[in-house]
Write a protein that binds this ligand. Structure first.
Ligand SMILES: [Zn+2]
Length: 747
């Protein structure tokens, strides 16, 4: 929500926008303070307030009317109201180091401090809880009140008395003393509370702050007593004698009186020291065991605080330097690998729970193995090349509803025993090889049919329209049968044993909900009809990665019989593995070359890998034939080879084949004079584009190839034809010009 667009508004426009914002802020205040259920994020709320302030800076009369003039919300009606003897103020917010520098400059300017004059401030974590004011008279707690709107709060004395951190009596305290601080709930207590709430069937809380607010504002103090609330004292209201000359001394006095005060509070001199404290506290956020949302800076000298005084709702001597709402640091406890429905292996970070933007985050995505290793898909460094290890201190990022992600890592806090993460090469679900194709950031399980993580997706694909297309067996039925105890379908072969298993079963399908005598019989007949299946549909139905309908037809046409395909794949396997080894060698060479800032020697690296693999000429020929098949390249060829070489997946295919008769592909029309011929176009075509020429040739049953070889039957050469035409001449291949070609195909 940028404020620049306000420049374009005239006064009525500004007033209308102000009203809209004021209503939104008022509603958010109500939801936050009374219902203990914020309806917008802190960051959005702060943005609204800033925009409101930007308008009020231009139209000052609005400032007194709207929510900026109030601190919180009017107290709810269920507790007795209490008027604070001294107003409970809120703090101005800073979001950047510049904001803090401005604050210091304002303080110095207001006090007219000489440039060399020291200015000491305190820095302390801003506890993300609920402000509470405790009034002690003659050393006895007589009143506890929430902040409410700053003027009037709620009397929660009975509830506050149940909080162990709040002393009932004070020894040696001023006769009148109002102690102010924050009621909060620790992470562990919050998690346990939510567990108890869940077990009891009660509502759970979104975050510790809501839980603390909801617990303190219970009408029955016995409920509050059962909630593990804590209290930090950090300030004061009315008092009969001062606690000390400085903020530091006064807080130390509160500790002496028996209050818990925050151990991270420190004195800082100058901007750099404040920002260093801020960074350090932010980094330690997740180890505190409770939520903080920023660092509060206060002028330490109380005499200076008095001189600085107050604006309408905020003191001039303090500011809250907020943390970015979406970022938090925490410990990476582990990396799990999840297998998606398409076989993708996704690394998931298991985190020490941390609140990010109002939500407790314990899992975050790590994207892929390159991301963990500190590089992008092209091998260039990300995060300055820092890798991520289990045990590391990591920064978690979360914005809106997106999945939280691990954004950064702090090497200074890496445990000495941390080791680089090894991304698994095997699918954790089925044990199949998980491979990464060239140009793919994701490693995928090759288990296909036999991978439980992919099973439903594979079965859905198997019965889809381009594949087996079994009537009555849609997505819904597949999901039903997959989970079924009586008639489970876990792999394609199970579909073809359904009828027999049903016949042998006591609880027949026809007696089930959603099935009758007729629909069960129809389903079994539809399955029966597919026992005879065209080669291409069967191949497509296996759901092999990259095997589309068109490629399946090409492969079917090339191999003609299923047995021929299987035999060829088995022969080609050693060459397929050598090809993969060559790919890996190429990657390694690229990395090494990049690291050494030299040109990669790719051809050499590949050659060395191929030589080492010692592939037989027969295997190489089978591989070349597969890769050279129309519509098949090395990527599909490898994927096809992997599927058939995976023993479990091969088992699933063989079990399926036991039920099937495969129809050979229909031969192409033989009437065309170019049917079955391999044609190469070269040079400039004048009567049609290259794409059109290719399409027409294929429509006539010809194969169009990109380069001339001994297998080429015909070369169509236009003007400017070069090496391809010469190669054809050398091989004695027939060469036609464009017109002759058009005459030949009868165009
Ligand atoms: Zn798998």
């Amino acid at each position: 929500m940028a404020d620049e667009d306000l420049q374009g508004l005239d006064e009525p426009g500004l007033r209308a926008e102000w009203q809209r914002l004021a209503d939104r802020v008022a509603a958010a205040n109500l939801a936050y303070h009374q219902a203990d259920a914020p309806d917008i994020s802190d960051a959005d709320y702060d943005a609204l307030k800033r925009r409101l302030a930007a308008i009020e800076a231009r139209l000052p009369d609005l400032a007194a009317l709207g929510p900026s003039a109030q601190i919180g919300a009017p107290p709810s009606e269920t507790f007795a109201k209490v008027r604070h003897a001294q107003r409970m103020l809120s703090l101005e917010n800073a979001f950047t180091g510049e904001d803090v520098a401005d604050f210091i400059a304002r303080v110095r300017g207001f006090l007219n401090l000489a440039e060399a004059a020291p200015l000491v401030l305190t820095a302390e974590p801003k506890i993300d809880g609920l402000s509470l004011s405790l009034r002690y008279e003659a050393g006895r707690l007589v009143l506890a009140a929430t902040r409410g709107d700053g003027e009037t709060g709620e009397n929660v004395t009975a509830n506050a008395r149940t909080i162990a951190d709040i002393p009932q009596t004070l020894a040696g305290a001023p006769a009148v003393l109002e102690v102010r601080g924050e009621v909060y709930m620790g992470h562990a207590d919050f998690a346990a509370l939510n567990e108890r709430q869940t077990a009891a069937g009660d509502k759970t809380f979104a975050n510790p702050r809501n839980a603390a607010a909801g617990s303190l504002r219970q009408l029955d103090a016995a409920v509050t007593a059962a909630r593990p609330l804590r209290f930090f004292a950090y300030s004061w209201g009315e008092m009969s004698t001062p606690l000390g000359p400085t903020q530091t001394a006064a807080v130390a006095r509160l500790a002496e009186l028996g209050f818990k005060v925050n151990p991270l509070m420190r004195r800082c001199e100058g901007l750099e020291a404040l920002l260093a404290a801020w960074r350090e506290i932010e980094q330690g956020r997740a180890t505190l065991g409770y939520d903080i949302d920023g660092v509060v800076y206060k002028v330490d000298d109380l005499a200076l605080q008095d001189r600085l005084g107050f604006r309408s709702t905020t003191p001039r001597w303090a500011i809250a330097h907020k943390f970015p709402a979406e970022l938090a640091w925490t410990r990476l406890l582990g990396i799990d690998i999840q297998v998606g429905r398409t076989g993708a292996l996704s690394p998931v970070a298991r985190l020490q729970p941390v609140t990010v933007g109002g939500v407790v985050v314990s899992n975050a995505t790590l994207h892929n193995e390159d991301y963990i290793a500190g590089r992008d898909a092209k091998g260039s460094p990300i995060r300055d090349g820092k890798d991520i290890r289990v045990g590391d201190w990591v920064q978690v990022y979360r914005a809106g509803d997106v999945i939280p992600k691990v954004a950064d890592v702090d090497l200074a806090q890496r445990p000495p025993e941390a080791v680089a993460f090894t991304f698994p090469r095997l699918c954790p679900e089925c044990g199949s090889e998980a491979v990464r194709e060239e140009g793919d950031a994701v490693r995928r399980c090759t288990g296909g049919l036999i991978c439980p993580a992919q099973a439903i997706e594979q079965l859905r694909h198997f019965v889809s329209r381009g594949a087996f297309d079994i009537e009555g067996l849609g997505v819904k039925q597949i999901e039903m049968f997959f989970a079924d105890d009586q008639l489970p379908v876990k792999e394609p072969a199970d579909i073809f044993t359904l009828a027999a298993r049903d016949a042998a079963s006591l609880t027949r399908l026809r007696n089930r909900d959603g099935f009758g005598e007729k629909s069960a019989a129809n389903l079994f007949q539809a399955i029966e009809d597919r026992r005879t299946i065209p080669f291409a549909r069967l191949l497509f139905g296996l759901g092999i990665r990259h095997m589309g309908e068109v490629a399946a037809q090409d492969v079917a046409r090339h191999f003609a019989t299923w047995a021929a395909l299987v035999e060829s794949l088995d022969h080609a396997r050693p060459a397929a593995l050598a090809h993969r080894a060559a790919d890996a060698a190429e990657d390694a060479e690229r990395m090494a070359a990049a690291a050494e800032a030299r040109r990669p020697r790719i051809a050499e690296a590949r050659r060395a890998a191929m030589t080492a693999a010692q592939v037989t000429p027969a295997a190489q020929a089978a591989w070349d034939d597969l890769v050279g098949t129309d519509g098949v390249g090395p990527v599909l060829a490898l994927s096809l080879s992997d599927s058939f070489a995976n023993p479990q997946e091969r088992g699933a295919i063989d079990r399926l084949m036991a039920h099937l008769t495969v129809l050979p592909p229909e031969a192409r029309a033989k009437v065309s004079p170019v049917a079955g011929k391999t044609v190469v176009f070269t040079g400039t075509l004048e009567r049609m584009t290259r794409a059109e020429a290719k399409a027409r040739a294929e429509a006539m049953g010809a194969k169009v190839a990109g380069s001339v070889s001994a297998r080429t039957d015909l070369v169509v050469a236009g003007p400017g034809a070069g090496s391809k035409a010469r190669e054809a001449e050398k091989l004695g291949i027939e060469i036609l010009d464009e017109d002759a070609w058009l005459r030949l195909i009868g165009a």
